[in-house]
Write a protein of this length. Structure first.
Length: 399
């Protein structure tokens, strides 16, 4: 009887364990962590405990929908960018996320006038000040009248000749003499001069004197009258006459000789200021080959300042001066005019007496700024214009 009882108990325990297993009961649960939508769950029997975590939603962005930071589930759609259009200083930008596309717009500048500074018509930004026009009597500075003048930012170079002698003077704006000298010439046609655009800020004046055989001497001076270089030149080709041309820092001419069908250029090393050679060429000015209607224009030269393109010209009788485009079509002609200076301004006159300032778009930005008869005008690579008025040379400073 005892043996039967033990077996019965063993059988009953085994049966209970079997029923427990197959009825979902675990001796030991294998719990899986709770998720956003499910509580902890036993992987063996499926029993749960506790509660699901719930989604931890992050707000929708311009490019992503509402998203759970735990499980990555999404709802809805991205917000989409709320764009602000590009400005002159900022590219197209989203007001929500600050993402940008493209580049800022470029300023659309209106050049300074006598009353307004340079300003952008798109955003209103300004640069600098209105044009400052100061009229200074050259007679007060130099103590006399001159045939030729070039005014730099802080010095003035003057020259005159009487057919036998050339006088040259260098002055500051307080009238202090920086240098004065004279040299003899055989005639008014045996010398030439130029007030050149600076080469590396070195050259302010250069003159050439010829002897009877047309050999000559070229002398270079800085804007304060100091001699910086001298060259002996010889009559190299069969040409009719020689004259100096202005020298820009990227064109290496020093002097040119004009013949009927060609020109001769004396090349200058712009770093060392050494004369290289005399070179025969086909009517080349400023390093650019072009031809023009010589019955229509007596003078034509490239405009080189302030990013200008086209030509500055004098008509066949030098009674009118003005501007051509790159195709040599006339843009504007005046009774008198200057080339554009480094700031993009020129002086023009319809009557040869009253002068206006124009910008490089040919807008009048200063009306009737000066009056004078027989104006000899000079601008070039300088912020300064010089004009011969009834009382002698007067400078207009345009800064």
């Amino acid at each position: 009887m005892k043996t039967i009882g033990i077996r019965k108990i063993t059988y009953m325990i085994t049966l209970a364990l079997f029923l427990c297993v197959f009825s979902g009961c675990c001796i030991k649960h294998d719990w899986q962590e709770a998720t956003c939508e499910e509580p902890e769950t036993c992987s063996k029997c499926g029993k749960t405990r506790g509660e699901e975590l719930g989604h931890d939603w992050e707000k929708a962005t311009c490019e992503e929908p509402k998203t759970c930071s735990v499980c990555g589930e999404t709802k809805g759609k991205p917000l989409g960018h709320d764009w602000e259009e590009a400005t002159c200083e900022k590219p197209k930008t989203c007001k929500r996320c600050d993402k940008t596309e493209g580049e800022p717009l470029e300023h659309e500048w209106i050049y300074a006038t006598i009353t307004e500074p340079k300003h952008c018509i798109n955003c209103g930004a300004t640069e600098g000040d209105a044009i400052s026009v100061d009229i200074i009597s050259m007679e007060d500075i130099t103590g006399g009248n001159w045939d030729y003048i070039c005014a730099y930012e802080d010095s003035v170079v003057c020259a005159r000749d009487n057919g036998k002698e050339v006088n040259v003077g260098f002055y500051d704006y307080n009238g202090t003499v920086l240098n004065e000298f004279s040299y003899s010439i055989s005639s008014a046609y045996s010398w030439s001069y130029t007030m050149p655009s600076d080469i590396n800020n070195k050259i302010g004046f250069q003159s050439t004197v010829f002897d009877s055989s047309k050999n000559g001497t070229i002398t270079l001076y800085d804007p304060y009258g100091k001699e910086i270089q001298k060259f002996e030149i010889k009559y190299p080709f069969d040409y009719s006459y020689i004259y100096l041309t202005r020298v820009a820092d990227d064109q290496r001419y020093l002097a040119e000789a004009n013949a009927e069908n060609y020109q001769v250029a004396y090349w200058l090393d712009t770093e060392t200021l050494e004369l290289i050679e005399a070179k025969k060429q086909n009517h080349v000015l400023w390093g650019i080959d072009y031809d023009y209607d010589k019955s229509k224009y007596s003078f034509i030269t490239r405009m080189i300042n302030a990013g200008m393109t086209g030509f500055f010209v004098g008509d066949a009788y030098e009674e009118h001066w003005g501007y051509l485009d790159d195709n040599q079509n006339e843009i504007a002609m005046y009774k008198d005019a200057t080339e554009f200076n480094i700031y993009g301004y020129a002086l023009v006159s319809d009557d040869g007496y009253s002068y206006d300032i124009i910008d490089k778009d040919f807008n009048v930005v200063g009306e009737d700024v000066i009056q004078g008869n027989g104006a000899y005008l000079r601008s070039g690579n300088s912020p300064v214009f010089a004009v011969l008025t009834d009382n002698g040379y007067t400078d207009i400073l345009v800064k």
